[in-house]
Each structure stands twice: as structure tokens, then as C-alpha cells.
Write a protein that binds this ligand. Structure first.
Ligand SMILES: CC1(C)S[C@@H]2[C@H](NC(=O)CCCC[C@H](NC(=O)C[NH3+])C(=O)[O-])C(=O)N2[C@H]1C(=O)[O-]
Length: 351
């Protein structure tokens, strides 16, 4: 039983499609019963021509949401946060509706608008306006509350960064510590994630890293180097730095039951379909993709200026994929990178 062996030629083809679609470089690292395998194409630095290195660090964007979700679910397991309690019970007066619960945040069913839609309506100007800014959590929530809510609390799924900014506020309120400390104590140290860090609001990526390249909206315009930024516009919703091997370890440990007890992991996997074909789902800070071969994979995707990320595992954590392309605002490259999932987890397709 179990999924087929990875189709490494198919993985490499998906990476080549990713660079053909405009990414300067791309990488994948797979783990499974046979051990680990990496494939890279292209460059991690357009200025020096340095080849994409599978050990390089990069910004993981919204894969950060799964780290934040794990911390909050551990707090729930410790009885310090109630998933079905109103957010306002812990952060009095923060939200305009006492019916919005902690679980609504984790499942993107709060109805809180996503302030990044307006913030990044014009891609490069929006990025340049915030890349060195340091926001307070309340500032970001207030940006969201200026916009109409997308639904009544709990009524519908609507992805919103705002939800995981509030998750960060809940973590800090419940523990009295900055989220960086909680990531370190509960995930990074126990799993020995030597290449994972939360250094907000510092702008550089320390150590060996890939440069990220953001495409402007204007057709034909060359990408700009967007590597250095505070990511303060995202924080607990997207500011983590990691590398492929650490993401493999993280998703394997999560799905393998090393971070949450079985009943809490099961609660995390209570899924809402997010697409018409019902092959893509969102649970509590975690996505599920049902692949063509019948294998379901669990993890998260990330889009942050200059970097696309996929970090997924099989339900028992026995097989994992971490994939990165060092570009963004380039949908075709993101789709091509996503093609690594089928090759990795479904293996060679019948001719
Ligand atoms: C749901 C997503 C895709 S968006 C969300 C979060 N990333 C952001 O909210 C950044 C949005 C702007 C990124 C920028 N795009 C523009 O500026 C477009 N005008 C670019 O491409 O670099 C993340 O990460 N999530 C992805 C996820 O969860 O996969």
C-alpha cells in the first residue's frame, strides 16, 4: 500500500516549468522511507549567478500560519485557550463582534477582511511602501476593520491574513511572551530546526539564503530583488524564515503526532472545502490537497514577495515535500511549482 515512489524526473520537469515561467530558480526536497532527495534548477542570486542551493534559507510566507496554529492548539490543549470562546473574551473590545471565536480565526471563517488586498493592490509600490515598516498588531487589525466583513461569523470560508495576526495576539496574551519565544520553545528547539527563525522586524535573512525576486504588474518588466523586508505586514501570518529540510521535519513531526496529541491533531484536520471540485480544503491553519492518485497531503502554501513555498506531508508524516521558487506575482510559476506535488506523491503516471 501507500503512495507510489516519487517520480523524480517528473519533479525535475515541474521545476524546469517553474523557471520557464519566470522563476530565477526553484528547489524541492522530498523525504520518505528511502530517505531524502533534492532537486534544484536555476539560480538563487541573479546578480552573482550562484546556483540554487537546496540548503538555502528563504521566507516561507503563510506556511508561518501552520506554526502559529500549532502554538495556539497547544495552548488549547493546555486548557489556556478555548477554541469556541469569543476572541473578545481574551482580547476585550478588539473585534466588533463577540460571536467571532478562536476557531473562526484558525479556519478563515471569521469574516474579517484581509487588509493585504488593498495594501498590495499595486504590487511593487505596495511592497516598497511597507518593506521597511514596522506595524503593531493593532494597526493591522484596524486596517482590516476599516473594510466590510466578508461574512457573518462562521458562515463562510474566506482566507484572510487578519485571522492569523489575531492568532499571534492571542498567543502573546495567553503566554505573556512574544510569538518568537513560543515558536522557539514549542517547535524550533524541540525539532532542532537549525535553519528556521522568526526575526521580525529585522529585514535580512541571516546565513546562506536565496534572493527573492518580485515581478511588477507591468507586463515584460524585470523582477526586482525583494529579499530584504521586515514582513511586518504579516508577522504571525507570514514572517517566518526556514529551509526545505526544516520544513520537511516540521510537517513530518506535525502529521506524525509529535507536536499535538492525536485528538487535537484530528481537530486541526476538520476541513472546509475551498474549491468547487472539493479537492482542496482548509482545516485549522492547515491545508489538505486530494491528489489525482487518491493520496491526500496536508500542509500549507506560502506567497511572500519573492518566494513561493509548498510544504506538505502524507497523513502519517511518512512522506514529505518542501518546494520553493524564488519569485512571486507570477501565477504560472506558482502553478508549475505546485506540479511537484503530483510527481512526488503520485509517482509515475500510467502512460
Ligand atoms: C493565499 C495566499 C496565496 S496569499 C497569503 C499570504 N501572502 C500574502 O498575503 C501576500 C499577498 C501579496 C503577495 C504579492 N502579490 C501582490 O502584490 C499582488 N498584487 C506577491 O505575489 O509577492 C500567503 O502566503 N498566503 C498565500 C497562501 O496561503 O498560499
Amino acid at each position: 500500500g501507500g503512495p507510489a515512489a516519487p517520480d523524480l524526473e517528473g519533479v525535475t520537469l515541474a521545476l524546469r516549468n517553474t523557471t520557464a515561467a519566470g522563476a530565477p530558480g526553484a528547489m524541492v526536497r522530498l523525504t520518505g522511507p528511502a530517505g531524502a532527495a533534492t532537486r534544484t534548477v536555476g539560480v538563487q542570486d541573479r546578480a552573482t549567478g550562484a546556483a540554487m542551493d537546496p540548503n538555502s534559507r528563504f521566507r516561507i510566507g503563510s506556511v508561518t500560519k501552520t506554526f502559529s496554529g500549532v502554538v495556539l492548539l497547544q495552548l488549547a490543549d493546555e486548557g489556556r485557550i478555548g477554541l469556541d470562546r469569543p476572541v473578545n473574551h481574551y482580547l476585550p473590545g478588539l473585534l466588533p463582534d463577540d460571536r467571532i471565536t478562536v476557531r473562526h480565526l484558525l479556519t478563515h471563517r471569521s469574516g474579517l477582511a484581509d487588509y493585504t488586498n488593498a495594501m498590495f493592490d499595486r504590487t511593487v509600490p505596495g511592497f516598497e511602501a511597507v518593506r521597511n515598516k514596522v506595524f503593531g498588531y493593532h494597526e493591522l487589525v484596524n486596517l482590516s476593520l476599516r473594510e466590510p466583513r466578508t461574512s457573518e461569523p462562521g458562515a463562510a470560508y474566506a482566507y484572510s491574513n487578519t485571522n492569523f495576526v489575531v492568532v499571534g495576539m492571542l498567543i502573546e496574551k495567553a503566554t505573556g511572551h512574544p510569538v518568537a519565544e513560543e515558536y522557539e520553545r514549542r517547535i524550533i528547539k524541540p525539532l532542532k530546526l537549525k535553519n528556521t527563525s522568526y526575526v521580525h522586524p529585522r529585514t535580512e535573512i541571516k546565513g546562506p539564503h536565496a534572493h527573492g525576486y518580485l515581478y511588477p504588474d507591468e507586463a515584460g518588466a524585470p523582477p526586482v530583488d525583494s529579499t530584504e523586508q521586515t514582513v511586518s505586514w504579516a508577522q504571525s501570518a507570514g514572517a517566518m524564515i526556514s529551509n526545505a529540510a526544516d520544513l520537511n521535519t516540521f510537517v513530518s513531526a506535525l502529521l506524525g503526532g509529535r507536536l499535538l496529541p492525536a485528538r487535537t491533531l484530528d481537530a486541526m484536520l476538520a476541513m472546509t472545502p475551498t474549491d468547487a471540485t472539493h479537492t482542496r480544503f482548509y482545516g485549522l491553519g492547515l491545508r489538505r490537497y486530494d491528489l489525482s492518485c487518491g493520496t491526500s497531503v496536508y500542509g500549507h502554501t506560502g506567497t511572500v514577495q519573492g518566494f513561493y513555498t509548498y510544504a506538505f506531508a502524507t497523513r502519517d508524516g511518512g512522506r514529505t515535500l518542501a518546494a520553493m521558487a524564488n519569485t512571486s506575482n507570477r501565477g504560472q510559476a506558482n502553478t508549475a511549482l505546485g506540479g511537484t506535488l503530483e510527481a512526488a506523491f503520485c509517482g509515475k503516471q500510467p502512460a
